[in-house]
Design a protein around this ligand. Structure first.
Ligand SMILES: Cc1ncc(COP(=O)(O)O)c(C=O)c1O
Length: 342
């Protein structure tokens, strides 16, 4: 519980705990633009190793990590192929067009995940009329897909199709930690399929700020240049990198608790008349709820009155994201609130 409310709007609403704040306060920092911050260097090395990549660069946000990847892996006028519900397309303020000058070619996946056949069908012929694709972007877990995890076989077949057409691959792994904890597949095994991978420390891991882009030495050297150009190079930023290191060490394995809480919530909600949740059940920490005849905006206000915060994602849809501020016993309180209001 946070500030007297059970906050299920997102896993980004967490506050740094005492241990994290102490680690931040004690960070020995330097000017990272001059290459002097030992904590940033340590975090970049540690995370690159964890992802099995040559190098990594610390950035302020997941959006910046994704957008640097697009600039690194494309040229202006190229096309990128991605799911219509991907964060990069849906929630990043038109950045692929504004910053990299690329066209988004959208695929209609199932809960965010498309097939090799869909990808191949979307690749245009080499002809002067068509923007030539150079990059495919995938998201794992998939946010708007409902926190879904790409099956490894499907990932591999999509990657094989992309390689056949000489396309590069980027993974938006803002919640790759959740995918790994839930599937038991190491982050490095997922990452090995991709040229570049972004990860966030500011989602389920509970750090206040910070993401990272990993890839080859050359890709990350280019990303550092674009990060500077876009104003994302920071000075004594070890204070934030220390929070990210703390989050990795203390909050990664506990993500399974969030997943369990989400399943318990989904199971309870599936018994209530008048609302609907995906029958397959949540794979990680996210759940979309169809509110049926209830207006979602109105419900959000009434839940707020009962001390429960939810996110409206459509006229009749709510999103729930379990996170480290929400305890198992509070899930019962949330279920009681649903019983009362729906
Ligand atoms: C899948 C995914 N990718 C990228 C981002 C962007 O992260 P940020 O908010 O740090 O820019 C988010 C944010 O929620 C996300 O859910």
């Amino acid at each position: 519980m946070l500030n007297g409310k059970i906050d299920l709007r997102s896993d980004t609403i967490t506050q740094p705990d005492k241990g994290m704040r102490e680690a931040m306060a004690n960070a020995v920092v330097g000017d990272d633009v001059l290459g002097d911050d030992p904590v940033v260097q340590d975090l970049e090395r540690q995370t690159a190793d964890l992802l099995g990549k040559e190098a990594a660069v610390f950035v302020p946000s997941g959006t910046m990590a994704n957008q640097l990847a697009i600039r690194v892996n494309t040229r202006p006028g190229n096309a990128i192929l991605l799911d219509a519900n991907s964060h990069i397309y849906f929630y990043e303020a038109g950045a692929p067009a504004a910053l990299a000058g690329v066209q988004c070619k959208l695929l209609t996946g199932d809960r965010g995940m498309f097939t090799a056949a869909q990808l191949e069908a979307a690749i245009p012929p080499r002809d002067i009329h068509f923007a030539q694709p150079s990059l495919v972007c995938l998201e794992n877990t998939h946010n708007r897909g409902g926190g879904t995890i790409w099956p490894m076989d499907q990932l591999k077949s999509v990657a094989e199709a992309a390689r056949k057409h000489n396309l590069l691959l980027h993974l938006d792994g803002a919640r790759l930690w959740n995918a790994s904890v839930a599937s038991g597949i190491r982050e490095a095994d997922y990452a090995s399929i991709f040229d570049t991978v972004s990860v966030c420390f500011s989602k389920g891991l509970g750090a206040p700020v910070g993401s990272l882009l990993a890839g080859s030495f050359l890709a990350i050297e280019k990303a550092r240049f674009y990060r500077k150009q876009q104003g994302g190079a920071m000075r004594q930023v070890g204070i934030l990198a220390e929070a990210a290191k703390y989050a990795l060490k203390h909050n990664r394995n506990r993500l399974s608790e969030d997943h369990k809480n989400c399943q318990i919530l989904a199971k309870g909600l599936s018994k209530l008349p008048g609302i609907e949740v995906d029958k397959a059940g949540p794979e990680t920490n996210m759940l979309f709820i169809n509110t049926g005849n209830h207006d979602a905006a109105d419900l959000v206000k009434r839940f707020e009155g009962l001390g429960v915060r939810l996110l409206q994602t459509g006229q009749n849809t709510l999103r729930v994201v379990t996170n480290l501020t929400v305890k198992r016993e509070e899930i019962n309180e949330v279920l009681s609130a649903f019983e009362h209001l729906t």
